[in-house]
Design a protein around this ligand. Structure first.
Ligand code: C5P
Length: 234
């Protein structure tokens, strides 16, 4: 592990809720242990930048996960709306024109290219008539993202190791699709899942965790156990 990242910033808690009050409750429940929160499409649609600003005012970091995918000019204009507001990480889709447009106007933001969604499996690839493997597609997109000037990628824990080995330490790797316990089969939409410890051991800088923490009876207990795994793997 080459980058010095504080333990409280390793897990980015995904605030996938429909109201500001619910998001604030999750932040308050986790903030003794967590300093990084992700605002995604649902909360952003419900609340625009209000929760983002509230989290930043409390001294925490924000990942804004809106996965911009549009014509380059629209992406450029959208990135300009996120610049210089204190957001640490923002996501865009990992294809060349989108990345180029976003990079051109990036201010203080770190841009992450989404390689392949962690809910997307090999079967989905086949059914879309795509050849090759997910691992190859992830590597191809991550390499392009880095060449074009992206700060990092969003990639599953299954590909993190190959990305780290092939592309070096400069690339920031953020890994969603985290589930507690080894070989856990999930009954939700995530397919390419690993544990927090496995992700970090494979080279992820941050893990994104939503439901396993936000729907837990005792979120702090889940966080502590994931952080213990992460410390063990650093
Ligand atoms: O609840 P769960 O832990 O599955 O939440 C994962 C979060 O990470 C969600 O907010 C989802 O939008 C996000 N994400 C993902 N896969 C990606 C990029 C982001 O699951 N490739």
């Amino acid at each position: 592990m080459t980058k010095e990242i504080e333990l409280k910033d390793r897990i980015i808690v995904a605030l996938d809720v429909d109201q500001r009050e619910k998001a604030q409750a999750v932040v308050k429940a986790c903030e003794s242990h967590i300093g990084f929160f992700k605002v995604g499409l649902q909360l952003f649609m419900a609340d625009y930048f209000n929760t983002v600003d509230w989290i930043l005012d409390r001294g925490h970091k924000v990942m804004l996960d809106l996965k911009f995918f549009d014509i380059p000019e629209t992406v450029k204009l959208a990135v300009e709306q996120v610049n210089d507001r204190g957001v640490s990480l923002a996501t865009i889709h990992g294809n060349d024109p989108i990345i180029r447009a976003a990079i051109e106007v990036r201010g203080d933001l770190k841009l992450l290219a989404v390689t392949v969604l962690t809910s997307f499996g090999e079967e989905d690839m086949r059914s879309m008539g795509m050849t090759g493997t997910i691992a190859e597609l992830v590597m191809f997109r991550a390499r392009r993202a880095l060449e074009l000037g992206c700060d990092g990628v969003v990639a599953s824990g299954l590909e993190a190791q190959a990305l780290r080995t092939e592309l070096g330490s400069r690339l920031l790797i953020v890994t969603p699709g985290i589930r507690p316990g080894p070989n856990v089969k999930t009954d939700d939409d995530q397919i390419r899942v690993v544990t927090a410890g496995e992700a970090v051991r494979s080279g992820a800088d941050h893990v994104v965790v939503g439901r396993p923490i936000t729907r837990a009876k005792d979120p702090i207990q889940v966080i502590e156990s994931m952080q213990a795994e992460i410390v063990g793997q650093k």
